[in-house]
Design a protein around this ligand. Structure first.
Ligand code: NAD
Length: 365
């Protein structure tokens, strides 16, 4: 199989972690006889510095024409002062919209080897944490009108939150289809006690549920969901929610699994070209030190193999290699156990060593 992959290293730790994911994809290609061609794409702060634009049109076109896109992360303090439309994160929003990837799939799963890294009580962790957040990605408040003006002699900032029925329906269907492949339980999260957009969300989800009688649909308010994720995460299997709620809840969910550095994500639209990225940001506080955890990015590469290229065995080979390296007690700084006794059984490794060990442990299934 030959595939063209657009690669956005981005800012901060982006280049360090993406380089490990590329090494993993190259190992998979050589083991299984595939050819992956990588094309560099500038996006984020580095694109602002080079081109004066966080995502020049020709860079977006390279992504849209590729078979899939691998992304590290963008942003950093250096670009905090630039106007809203030119911020690094705006490049990311334009990329998602330009690729039409409306469905963001963020698994929150605790690896057995890392159960002591969760900040939750062991009794809660022992019940199991393994759920998926299906987040709407190109609608809602992040894509509504934003403006700041003057009102009665003071500044007023406005962000518009809007959803159409069809936008809710297409992500709702992904939620039901995802639940159908798992435990057939779907929790729809909104704020229908306050927001019109959430009342429409709930109405559409219940209309859709008539087409999926085998899936049990439940509703939960987002504030309650934020609490339930730490109180009893085992109750969740698939959560479907709108853009901003999904953004916030998935960061919370990632933390209870041990580290934000462990969680991958896939973003897909109607075609097979997807955007694959870890859920964390560019972590400027640790950039350039070779201490970032590359596993979320490497697992995102595994998702690319599975969801965009249909290469299930290859995806499993990567996931098994990650598991093997964790079994060996190798840990980047963020997942080192805080307990001294536990820490003595582990070995702290760098970002590049973590990548190298995972590459070494990829075996043909
Ligand atoms: P962040 O996710 O970058 O970092 C939060 C904390 O988690 C930091 O302490 C960081 O060191 C740690 N962390 C993150 N990834 C890690 C990894 N792989 N290994 C070890 N530790 C890791 O969030 P932030 O600090 O709020 O944002 C920093 C910048 O990233 C901002 O400019 C923000 O806008 C941007 N951002 C970009 C994306 C993206 O590109 N998709 C997502 C979120 C934030």
């Amino acid at each position: 199989m030959t595939k063209n992959i657009a690669v956005i290293r981005g800012d901060g730790i982006g280049p360090e972690i993406v380089n490990q994911a590329i090494a993993v994809l190259e190992k998979v290609a050589s083991l299984y006889g595939h050819t992956f061609n990588f094309t560099d794409v500038d996006m984020g702060g580095c694109a602002i510095d080079k081109w004066g634009d966080p995502l020049p049109q020709e860079m977006l076109e390279k992504c849209v024409k590729s078979d899939s896109v691998m992304l590290g992360a963008v942003g950093g303090d250096k670009w905090n002062g630039v106007p809203g439309e030119m911020r690094p994160e705006k490049g990311l929003l334009r990329l998602r919209a330009g690729m039409g990837v409306y469905s963001n799939n963020r698994p929150a799963k605790i690896w057995p080897q890392l159960s002591s890294a969760s900040p939750l009580k062991q009794s809660i962790v022992d019940k199991g944490i393994d759920f998926i957040i299906v987040r709407e990605l190109i609608g809602g408040i992040y894509f509504g009108e934003h403006k700041t003006d003057e009102k009665n002699g003071e500044s007023q900032a406005i962000d518009i939150l809007s959803y159409t029925e069809s936008e809710i329906e297409r992500i709702g269907r992904i939620g039901f289809e995802t639940a159908r492949k798992r435990s057939k339980r779907l929790c729809s999260v909104e704020k229908s006690n306050v927001l019109d957009s959430s009342r429409l969300w709930k109405k559409v989800m219940h209309r859709l549920s008539e087409e999926y009688p085998d899936v049990e649909l439940s509703d939960m308010l987002v504030d309650n969901c934020a609490m339930q994720i730490v109180k009893n995460p085992a109750q969740f299997d698939v959560i479907v929610t709108e853009n901003m709620f999904g953004d916030i809840l998935s960061d919370e969910a990632s933390m209870i699994t041990g580290s934000i550095g462990m969680i991958p994500s896939s973003s897909l639209g109607d075609g097979s070209c997807g955007l694959y990225e870890p859920i964390h940001g560019s972590a400027p506080d640790i950039a350039g030190k070779d201490i970032a955890n590359p596993i979320g990015t490497i697992l995102s590469a595994a998702m690319m193999l599975r969801y965009s290229f249909g290469l299930e065995n290859e995806a499993q080979a990567v996931e098994n290699a990650v598991s093997k390296v964790l079994d060996m007690g190798c840990r980047t700084a963020d997942i080192m156990p805080s307990d001294k006794g536990e820490a003595e059984k582990c070995r702290k490794i760098s970002c590049s060593e973590c990548g190298r060990l995972i590459v070494e442990n990829i075996k043909k299934q």
